[in-house]
Design a protein around this ligand. Structure first.
Ligand SMILES: NS(=O)(=O)/N=C1/NCCO1
Ligand SMILES: [Zn+2]
Length: 267
């Protein structure tokens, strides 16, 4: 069964509002980060953003049909401070990329795209009893956005995930693995970021996300990015030509910031 949304001309971002009306809202993500509009806020400095993730844990990686997603098991994870008033738990992380290296990130900075963007999705476990409930609330989710640019070397931490992708080439396939993932290495050294109120960038595009987009990118190699692009959006049983159904891009282009406030922490 084909997806009722995706990233092709037939089911891509320009069509989503037909089936998912929230996608046409005024608090949508991603946005282009116009650095001239960013305002500093001392409260972001006073309460430094802080995270705690386990070093070794079992994870499930799944091909959702629109990318890879690593489901974590939330316990022993915590994200707090910065723009957040409560403690949030890590639910999952995933990535967005493009067909070529000059596109792929969802957020852009002064019109510049990066080659990919990593999203660590957290939910407000202090106020709400489940991820599903939190995803229906304006302060329910906190997503960390990390830009990825092409570097000469492989990203060793990402390689632990990328090495599993050949097991989930087709939509619906998953793989269970326990590995010692150093999340700290998936995040940039600098804690400087932009933050604004937005939405999920995938349907149903709920306007429930407090976004934190780090200013400093991490690196990924061209080879590693090509592995992302080898994923397929169709199931193994879907008889299509080998080159068809490749997930060469899965990013939503920016939406208007409108009258939302864009704050920054750090130069
Ligand atoms: N790209 S995103 O905004 O993180 N999208 C989602 N969807 C479910 C959880 O995060
Ligand atoms: Zn995402």
């Amino acid at each position: 069964m084909s997806l009722d949304w995706g990233y092709t001309d037939d089911n891509g971002p320009s069509t989503w509002a037909e089936k998912y009306p929230l996608a046409a809202g005024a608090r949508q993500s991603p946005v282009d980060i116009d650095t001239s509009k960013a305002t500093s806020d001392n409260s972001l400095v006073d309460r430094e953003i802080d995270w705690s993730y386990p070093s070794n844990c079992s994870y499930r990686i799944v091909n959702t049909g629109y990318g890879w997603r690593v489901d974590t098991y939330g316990d022993d994870t915590a994200l707090s401070g910065g723009p957040l008033s409560e403690v949030y738990k890590l639910e999952q992380f995933h990535c967005h990329w493009g067909a070529t290296n000059d596109e792929g990130s969802e957020h852009t900075v002064d019109g510049k795209s990066y080659a990919a963007e990593l999203h660590l999705v957290h939910w407000n476990s202090e106020k709400y009893s489940s991820f599903k409930e939190a995803a229906s609330q304006p302060d329910g989710l906190a997503v960390l956005g990390v830009f990825m640019e092409i570097g000469n070397a492989d990203n060793a931490e990402l390689e632990k995930i990328i090495s599993l992708i050949p097991k989930i080439i087709h939509k619906g396939q998953d793989s269970q693995a326990s590995f010692d993932l150093d999340f700290g290495s998936l995040l940039p050294e600098s804690k400087h970021y932009w933050t604004y109120l937005g939405s999920l960038t995938t349907p149903p595009c709920n306007e429930c996300v407090i976004w934190t987009v780090f200013k400093e990118p991490i690196t990924i190699s061209e080879r590693q990015l090509e592995v992302f692009r080898s994923l397929k959006s169709v199931g193994e049983e879907d008889a299509i030509e080998p080159e068809e159904g490749k997930l060469v891009k899965n990013y939503r282009p920016p939406l208007p910031l409108g009258n939302r406030v864009l704050r920054e922490c750090g130069p």
